[in-house]
Design a protein around this ligand. Structure first.
Ligand SMILES: NC(=O)c1ccc[n+]([C@@H]2O[C@H](COP(=O)([O-])OP(=O)(O)OC[C@H]3O[C@@H](n4cnc5c(N)ncnc54)[C@H](OP(=O)(O)O)[C@@H]3O)[C@@H](O)[C@H]2O)c1
Length: 356
């Protein structure tokens, strides 16, 4: 029997890791076993851990008390199955644990894939429970698996964010300010937003200004320490991917009454959310599955997939030039990359891929 492994982190200290060994589970009736094959790691995964309790991200892949399994996106192979329609040897894309294997209970099985109906996942947002077969996914390209692993969930967020802004007339904003502008989620949104009307401004660390400017998807790039240079005369929306209370306070102070919308998209800062000053629009959380839900109602799932596919086909060839994919292998490499991304030490050009 091949051994199984799981990389766990302490919930109260995300840098405290343990590699747990175990036996490979045997699927029971109605179950299937996935072998995790290829995953990515970005600041987004760190956010899943930081919000593990508050947003239930720890609930996807249960662990023993005090430990957490950080969810990852990627590809897995079905290596054993006792579910009709789920074939051994098929390849799926979905939400995976930092582990060698995942036991699932496939439901709503069709030619597109299945959902994991495991009881502990049923209260969690449904887009995270889908396993899509590569054979039926219109956006799948075998030579672009790494891009899909790194960008699919992030660019879906960028796409839904740009769509929500358009859907709401940009909340009346003439200027859109995105923080953590060097992050994949922010620059994907900027790519979609630029040229639609409002000016798109990127806020980033001084060290990442050059990289962010080089992308050419922002009309203007401003360092966090140059916030007083933001234009305070035009209606502005703050699209906060950094999630820093200090930067939010400085943006709000600078833009003042011209702030028309304040959305919290991410927390690359790893801070827990702190409420904003009492004056001006209250920050609202942007959660991609909410807008997915709305558009599924407005357009239907197929039209939403078609529009996303079109945007992805425009973005993929461009973003290939923006990222250096660094591929490493095995559980120890996964642990090292986790610690590097957690510490914020990865360059914005780097896209970490792990084959396991
Ligand atoms: N709301 C949603 O539905 C949703 C969905 C997907 C992603 N997100 C969020 O979007 C954010 C970006 O994720 P990503 O995967 O796109 O990021 P990424 O590409 O890995 O972003 C890297 C950038 O994040 C900033 N950063 C990284 N580590 C940091 C640290 N320790 N301290 C401070 N800043 C740090 C730096 O940008 P700067 O120097 O430019 O600040 C860095 O260049 C995450 O918080 C993620 O959770 C939200």
């Amino acid at each position: 029997m091949t051994a199984a492994w799981t990389l766990a982190v302490a919930r109260d200290d995300l840098s405290d890791t343990s590699m747990l060994a175990g036996d490979v589970p045997d699927p029971g009736d109605g179950e299937a076993l996935l072998r995790v094959d290829r995953v990515g790691l970005t600041a987004n995964n760190v956010t899943y851990a930081v919000l593990g309790v508050a947003m239930h991200y720890w609930d996807f892949f249960p662990a023993e008390a005090g430990l957490g399994l950080v969810p990852l996106w990627g590809f897995a192979e079905v290596v054993a199955s006792r579910t009709d329609g789920v074939e051994v040897g098929s390849r799926v894309y979905g939400y995976l644990p930092p582990a060698s294997h995942l036991l699932v209970q496939p439901a709503r099985v069709d030619e597109r894939g299945f959902r994991d109906a495991s009881a502990h996942r049923q209260h969690l947002p449904s887009p995270y429970n889908v396993y899509a077969l590569t054979t039926a996914d219109p956006a799948y390209e075998s030579n672009r698996e790494n891009l899909q692993v790194l960008y699919r969930p992030l660019f879906y967020t960028s796409f839904m964010l740009a769509d929500q802004l358009d859907d709401n007339g940009y909340f009346g904003a003439d200027v859109l300010v995105l923080s953590s502008a060097s992050s994949k989620t922010a620059y994907g949104a900027a790519f979609l937003l630029r040229g639609n009307g409002p000016e798109v401004v990127g806020l980033t660390s001084a060290a990442n200004v050059e990289f962010t400017e080089s992308l050419g998807c922002y009309d203007r790039v401003v360092a966090y320490d140059a916030i007083p240079e933001l234009d305070a005369s035009r209606p502005t929306a703050y699209l906060d991917v950094l999630g820093s209370a200090d930067v939010r306070a400085r943006v709000r102070e600078r833009v003042g009454e011209q702030l028309v919308h304040d959305a919290v998209i991410g927390i690359t800062s790893q801070e827990q959310f702190a409420s904003a000053a009492p004056s001006g629009p209250r920050p609202t959380f942007f959660f991609a599955p909410d807008q997915i839900h709305k558009r599924t109602g407005d357009w239907g799932r197929e039209e939403l997939d078609r529009r996303f596919g079109k945007a992805w086909q425009r973005f993929a060839p461009v973003v290939e030039g923006w990222v250096d994919v660094v591929e490493q292998h095995g559980p120890e490499a996964l642990r090292e990359v986790w610690l590097e991304v957690l510490a914020g030490k990865s360059a914005p050009r780097t896209g970490h891929i792990l084959t396991l």
